[in-house]
Design a protein around this ligand. Structure first.
Ligand SMILES: N[C@@H](CCC(=O)N[C@@H](CS)C(=O)NCC(=O)O)C(=O)O
Length: 223
């Protein structure tokens, strides 16, 4: 059985990505949650993977860290699950989008942490972060136009690319960041996915606020 080690569901955007891909695409796995603020988090995670971070996928003797490597491992192991679109041009596009997310958009990520229990409330962000949002919305629009006809997601059916961008959709919604109509519809489609809803439901039951992810710390706003 595959085992996925994750962090707090309210905050751990990198953990959400492979969890969402696996859940949405019907890949069975056992989940182990290691709270990010546990005093022994680093010690426990260093025992599991060289980077000492979450997420980590354990597949027998294979230990896979880095969210995009986990998606690639799953795509290779379970080629029929649809981690990437079957059609090669769409697949190349999906991989490029996913990798761009994995390596980029740091300006947005640094000022707008994923925080699922935070009430929806507009917030001002620096231009650089808003530029990231516009670039992301353009990417979503291009993918939806070119490849999205078969469904509500970037490549029609839900894929690894959607899993990679789901935390951004959540940030856009939480901080009420204005986006164009196509991007706004995509944000809603992510929030309407049963796998995303299941993760969020669990996140809302969590306790343990993290200062670095609460933008009004020491105030913690919760729905
Ligand atoms: N590039 C990594 C990022 C992993 C990451 O930064 N995980 C965070 C939680 S979302 C973490 O483990 N933080 C705790 C730490 O760095 O000690 C990936 O794609 O998996």
């Amino acid at each position: 059985m595959l085992r996925l080690i994750i962090g707090n569901k309210n905050y751990s955007s990198w953990s959400l990505r492979p969890w969402l891909a696996m859940t949405a695409l019907g890949i069975p796995f056992e989940e182990e949650l290691v709270p990010l603020d546990a005093p022994d988090f680093k010690a426990r995670m260093r025992e599991r993977s060289p980077a000492g971070k979450v997420p980590v996928l354990i597949d027998g003797e294979a230990v896979v860290w880095e969210s995009s490597a986990i998606l690639e491992h799953l795509a290779e192991r379970l080629p029929d699950r649809g981690i990437w679109p079957a059609e090669p041009v769409a697949r190349a596009h999906a991989r490029s989008l996913a990798t761009e997310m994995h390596n980029g958009f740091g300006a947005l990520r640094s000022v707008a942490p994923m925080n699922l229990w935070r009430p929806i409330e507009p917030r001002a962000f620096p231009d650089e972060a808003l530029k990231d949002v516009r670039r992301i919305a353009r990417r979503w629009g291009e993918a939806r136009r070119r490849f999205g006809a078969g469904g509500d997601y970037l490549f029609g059916a839900f894929s690894g690319a959607d899993a990679m961008y789901a935390p951004v959709a959540s940030r856009i919604r939480t901080y009420a960041i204005e986006v164009d109509e196509v991007a706004a519809a995509y944000v809603e489609a992510i929030h309407a996915h049963p796998a995303f809803m299941a993760w969020k439901e669990a996140a809302l039951k969590e306790t343990g606020a993290l200062a670095e992810d609460e933008v009004d710390w020491p105030i913690v706003k919760r729905v």
